[in-house]
Design a protein around this ligand. Structure first.
Ligand SMILES: C[S@@+](CC[C@H](N)C(=O)[O-])C[C@H]1O[C@@H](n2cnc3c(N)ncnc32)[C@H](O)[C@@H]1O
Length: 206
């Protein structure tokens, strides 16, 4: 699956400008809201899993964060973010990898995933993701997940997704996580279509 998926996402970013994809947001309001709500500090480390060309890193660099990692299966997405950031990109660690096979070389205080986990429709893929999550997030750390909600779209980027509410995500992630907060949000695509998202903040337990 990995090679096909990599080709799918590489082509998406090769064919489109970052601001022309359905998930584009000029400002990552909900992510920043989640970080502020839990008093996350610029001294903490954060990994944006499947971060693509997201503007979250721009916003965090502007706030003084300096231990930032962006991982994505699509190298062109990372290249687009790097080009946009210019010199600022040198202050970020970039990882081109599939999260279901990646072995974290270190741990992070905060794990951020907007619209990536929901593409894992097979239990084995979710188990593999969870392995990386448990290895890569410190005990007591925060995991921020945004997935399509139960009444959200059935597909994204032409791929079927698994939709979640908080209870389903908690059950899927298992006993090493405690739900701290969840809320719904309506994302508007660049062409004005509403998409129902479910946001969850979870604490990594021992
Ligand atoms: C819907 S986009 C969301 C991008 C970004 N998180 C945002 O909010 O703008 C999904 C992203 O996940 C990446 N992706 C999909 N499957 C992945 C995987 N198995 N490992 C790492 N990245 C993946 C894609 O390349 C794409 O950038």
């Amino acid at each position: 699956m990995s090679i096909e998926r990599e080709a799918h996402w590489r082509n998406v970013y090769a064919d489109k400008q970052p601001e022309d994809v359905s998930w584009f947001q000029a400002r990552p309001e909900q992510s920043l809201l989640a970080l502020d709500r839990f008093e996350a500090e610029p001294s903490q480390s954060l990994i944006d899993v499947g971060g693509g060309a997201s503007t979250l890193i721009d916003a965090l660099l502007a706030r003084g964060w300096h231990d930032l990692t962006v991982l994505d299966i699509a190298a062109p997405a990372l290249a687009a973010a790097q080009a946009r950031l210019g010199e600022g990109s040198a202050r970020v660690t970039w990882v081109a990898a599939d999260i279901t096979t990646w072995q974290p070389p270190r741990q992070y205080d905060i794990w951020h995933d907007r619209a990536v986990f929901h593409f894992l429709t097979e239990p084995a893929q979710r188990t593999a993701y969870l392995r990386a999550l448990l290895a890569g997030l410190v005990e007591g750390g925060l995991a921020i997940f945004a997935t399509f909600a139960l009444d959200g779209p059935e597909k994204c980027s032409g791929l079927v997704v698994e939709r979640y509410d908080a209870a389903k995500l908690v059950a899927t992630l298992g006993p090493h996580f405690r739900l701290e907060a969840s809320w719904g949000d309506e994302h508007l695509t660049p062409w004005g279509s509403p998409q129902a998202f479910n946001w969850c903040v979870l604490r990594r337990l021992a």
